[in-house]
Write a protein that binds this ligand. Structure first.
Ligand code: KG4
Ligand code: ZN
Length: 300
């Protein structure tokens, strides 16, 4: 019902060499054309991180090129720069992934202020857990989006948590509310009709979007920014993208949402972030190791 760490590391091992070969072939580059090697240093699953990072270190050593460890969340934060139309500093970044929900004020490539975070589950985690409850499978985000797309009904009023921190989020109560609703209304979880599944999915999705939009709007009112960027795996969610675009129009702000392939975890965002760190003059040795719960590096 999710990612199995051991299988994931083995899959990384099997794919990493053919992947590099394919990337070189498709981009028409040779190994000797590469100036810098970036690799994800965390946060993430240790097995997968070790495979990628160790491979990158080997490559850096053999080519005699610098290696740059990249924080995966920072990769997401700047993923809007992979688009033709780029974010303008300062910008508000809403990072929504399977492990993180962060509202950030991004002043510069090396100046990020954390405004809020989730106090419990991440937005993507809530999508995955609710999809599991509904028997929709993994990953939950696209499955919920798809189920919600089949209906025009959003008749269940799931709660949006009110929190002390003005920019904080909470999705655990919402997840429990969905579970209670299912337990109260259906005697057997295996016999919920498609109509009901779609309605629950759509109502849940709407509650998540409402919470994300509310906090982003609050931040827009209180911080002078030039643009907004919606990033991370959950940024692939179409109704969320649409609501964010509406919000940006209301406040007359430029909005950058990466195209779908740059929303979920991807190597392009890690390469971009690594290049920026390299340009800033930072140097790391081959002794550097990945760390599964790497803290948010530059955040203050
Ligand atoms: O950033 P990401 O690829 O990996 C992490 O850093 O966690 O995000 C993965 C998360 C998963 O929870 C997945 O269900 C969610 O992104 N996701 C979506 C959609 N596509 C992926 N959530 C909502 N709607 C989607 N279309
Ligand atoms: Zn991610």
């Amino acid at each position: 019902g999710g990612v199995v760490p051991e299988l994931s590391s083995r899959a990384h091992l099997q794919i990493i060499v053919p992947l590099l070969k394919e990337a070189l072939m498709k981009s028409n580059f040779k190994l000797k054309d590469i100036d810098v090697i970036s690799a994800t240093a965390g946060p993430g699953l240790i097995g997968a991180l070790l495979v990628g990072f160790t491979f990158a270190k080997g490559l850096a050593y053999s080519l005699n090129k610098p290696i740059i460890p990249v924080n995966h969340i920072e990769g997401h934060i700047f993923s809007g720069f992979l688009m033709e139309d780029k974010p303008e500093f300062p910008y508000l970044a809403l990072v929504v992934s399977g492990g993180h929900t962060l509202l950030l004020l991004v002043n510069d490539f090396n100046d990020i202020k954390k405004l809020g975070t989730t106090v419990d589950d991440a937005a993507g985690e809530a999508f995955d857990k609710v999809a599991k409850m509904l028997g929709l499978g993994y990953p939950g985000g696209p499955k919920i989006q798809n189920a919600a797309f089949q209906t025009k009904e959003y008749s269940i009023k799931f709660p949006v948590a009110e929190l002390k921190g003005p920019y904080n989020f909470s999705f655990s109560g919402l997840k429990t509310a969905v579970l209670r609703y299912i337990q109260k209304n259906f005697s057997d979880i295996n016999f919920i009709s498609t109509v009901d599944v779609n309605n629950i999915a759509a109502s849940f999705q709407q509650a998540v979007i409402k919470a994300l939009i509310q906090k982003t709007e609050k931040a827009l009112k209180n911080f002078e920014v030039k643009s907004i960027s919606l990033v991370g795996g959950v940024a692939a969610n179409n109704p969320l993208r649409e609501e964010m675009i509406k919000l940006s129009k209301k406040y007359n702000k430029k909005i950058i949402i990466p195209k779908i392939e740059f929303c979920g975890d991807n190597a392009a965002m890690i390469a971009f972030r690594g290049q920026k760190i390299y340009e800033s003059g930072k140097k790391y040795g081959l002794h550097y190791s990945p760390y599964p719960s790497l803290p948010e590096m530059y955040f203050s």
